[in-house]
Write a protein that binds this ligand. Structure first.
Ligand code: FES
Length: 215
């Protein structure tokens, strides 16, 4: 694996443009990124603990369909997007699937509970590490039809401006782009109706993030 943000090589301006970064606070053994959307939270004393790999809890209740937040887990940006029905439909559209390099997520870039058509534990929520699998830049969200992405009928997804790699709304990489793999999915599970714990598997899973092929 490569080191994350140092490898990304992007300046602060790119980070500001593409991400709302929530540095999570600690609550007991785990951190908590609470109802801060859409504001950027401040650092807190637990940041070093979080960077060391502690799970973080994220309150999803302020997140509306079509919105996303980014939290840091082990120093990596984890995008959490609440997908709309239209976005979910695009993940199953044959004309969109045909443009993907690994639509069935055969490469080990996710836990088993995200090896499905929506690459997630709950279809409504996308959870993925937003680091390009080419050389580690940070892909940004581009809405459907965005002119920034030179693709006919762009369905919406993530676009890496470094060398043009494209990913759909499940982090699945397009064919004929530099990036070889889908975006990684971290361990996570829901611990409440609207609380997501990033960095910890559900009780019945032994997924190890270090087994990810490429990050
Ligand atoms: Fe993303 Fe090269 S780093 S396309």
């Amino acid at each position: 694996m490569t080191d994350t943000l140092a490898h990304a090589g992007l300046d602060a301006e790119v980070l500001r443009r593409d991400f709302l970064v929530l540095m999570a606070g600690a609550l007991g053994a785990v951190g908590a990124a609470s109802a801060l959307w859409p504001f950027v939270a401040s650092l807190n004393p637990a940041a070093d603990t979080i960077a060391a790999g502690a799970p973080i809890d994220v309150d999803l209740s302020p997140l509306q369909p079509g919105q996303q937040i980014t939290v840091l887990w082990r120093g990596r940006p984890v995008v959490i997007r609440r997908r709309t029905g239209e976005e979910l439909a695009s993940l199953q559209a044959p004309q969109d699937i045909a443009r993907l390099a690994d639509p069935a997520s055969l490469a080990a870039q996710q836990p088993d509970y995200a090896k499905n058509w929506h690459r997630s534990a709950n279809p409504e929520y996308l959870v993925m590490v937003a680091i390009c699998t080419h050389l580690g830049c940070l892909p940004g969200f581009e809405a459907a039809g965005s002119a920034a992405v030179a693709v006919d009928n762009w369905p919406g997804g993530y676009f890496c401006r470094c060398h043009g790699s494209k990913y759909d709304l499940a982090g699945r990489v397009f064919k004929s782009v530099p990036a070889p793999y889908n975006l990684p999915v971290p361990p996570y599970h829901f611990v409440g109706d609207a609380t997501l714990r990033v960095g910890e598997n559900p009780p019945d899973s032994r997924f190890d993030f270090s087994d990810i092929v490429q990050i």
